[in-house]
Design a protein around this ligand. Structure first.
Ligand code: TXA
Ligand code: MG
Length: 327
């Protein structure tokens, strides 16, 4: 398949492909998405094959207006309204009762739908022009890190989507925070840059109450995607904490990449080092660094693990999955 590349100014041309039932990669503030009209079940089926995505993993629907919210969701819980007011447009997805008119394939047959209103200006211009809600998972091949730049989006999706709409590098770099309301209680299904502390303040609850309990043995998880391998580069990922002794790796024959806020002194010459000024930068460059380490032939990545407060929770979630340690 030939993939047409559009500049950010050509968002209207890219949107026309969505209306015709095709796949378009577009930028958002979290990661690049692989979009199709959420009202077109055939187009949505193609998202699953383009990504190699298991068909029981539902898609997040992207909107750009209140009218579109009504097209995808049914009755909206009061707590969800409060979160929308506080954080939309932005990097928060809410799990809401589905509008029956929305095709079942979007939600993988679940009665609820994940909805997000992105803040990225190119995403907003594109979504408004689409005129339909747009179902979009991250624009990576299933299991690999999500693209956070145009060149990563091209690397993953050239030949798999009809068009790619250019944008800036994603300013956040991690997928949206997902909040659902099982049994009417707000829970974080996936941590992201909107933190437990921020959500708790708006909802007037304790941050700890937002943690999701592990699903009972054999039960279907509330967010099906949590079951699958995620965010894994080709290189093996190992985690370390500030102050940990890394000298055991110094004699390693492997080409090593290191991503850290606190870069240890005296590392060997051959290591590829990506120092970050703070954890916001670490989140922003995490997937891009994985991608770059792979491209320069690193076979081992050492990544620093933050504490679990604030943004640390989301970074720990992605790193532990990348390192193959489940969630
Ligand atoms: O930041 C983001 O959310 C990006 C950009 C493109 O918006 N999208 C994204 O989509 O990360 P994806 O498909 O890579 O991750 C969506 C996650 C999956 O783990 C899926 O299982 C969960 O959201 N999800 C979607 N709909 C759901 C639903 N109805 N109920 C529970 N979980 C849902
Ligand atoms: Mg994804």
């Amino acid at each position: 398949m030939k993939t047409i590349l559009y500049t950010a100014q050509q968002f209207a041309e890219a949107a026309a492909w969505i209306r015709k039932g095709n796949l378009v990669v577009f930028p958002t503030e979290t990661v690049y998405g692989l979009g199709a009209s959420a009202l077109n079940p055939v187009a949505c089926t193609r998202i699953f094959s383009a990504k190699g995505r298991p068909s029981d993993n539902p898609l997040i629907v992207h909107i750009a207006s209140q009218e579109q919210l009504a097209e995808v969701a049914g009755e909206i819980p009061e707590m969800a309204r409060k979160l929308m007011t506080a954080f939309w447009p932005g990097p928060l997805s809410l799990i809401l009762p589905k509008n029956p008119a929305l095709p079942d394939i979007v939600t993988a047959g679940l009665p609820n739908v994940g909805v997000r209103w992105p803040s990225d200006p190119v995403a907003q211009a594109f979504l408004q022009e689409c005129g339909v809600p747009v179902a979009a998972p991250s624009a990576n091949v299933s299991g690999l890190p999500s693209p956070t730049s145009l060149d990563m989006a091209k690397f993953s999706m050239l030949g798999r989507a009809e068009a790619i709409l250019a944008g800036e590098d994603s300013v956040i770099g991690l997928e949206s925070t997902i909040v659902g309301f099982p049994d009417g209680q707000p829970k974080i299904f996936r941590p992201g840059s909107i933190t437990a502390e921020q959500l708790a303040e708006v909802l007037q609850v304790e941050p700890a109450s937002l943690q999701l309990a592990a699903p009972a043995e054999g039960a279907r998880p509330l967010s099906p995607g949590m079951r699958y391998t995620h965010y894994k580069p080709e290189a093996e990922v190992k985690l370390f904490t500030k102050g940990e002794d890394l000298t055991t790796w110094f004699a390693s024959e492997e080409k090593i990449g290191l991503l850290a806020v606190d870069v240890p002194q005296g590392l060997p010459e051959g290591w590829v080092i990506k120092p970050c000024a703070d954890w916001n930068e670490f989140a922003r460059v995490l997937y891009r660094s994985f991608h770059d380490f792979d491209r320069v032939g690193c076979s081992l990545i050492l990544a620093q693990l933050p504490g679990s407060e604030g943004l640390g929770l989301a970074i720990r979630n992605r790193l532990s999955k990348a390192a193959g340690q489940g969630s």
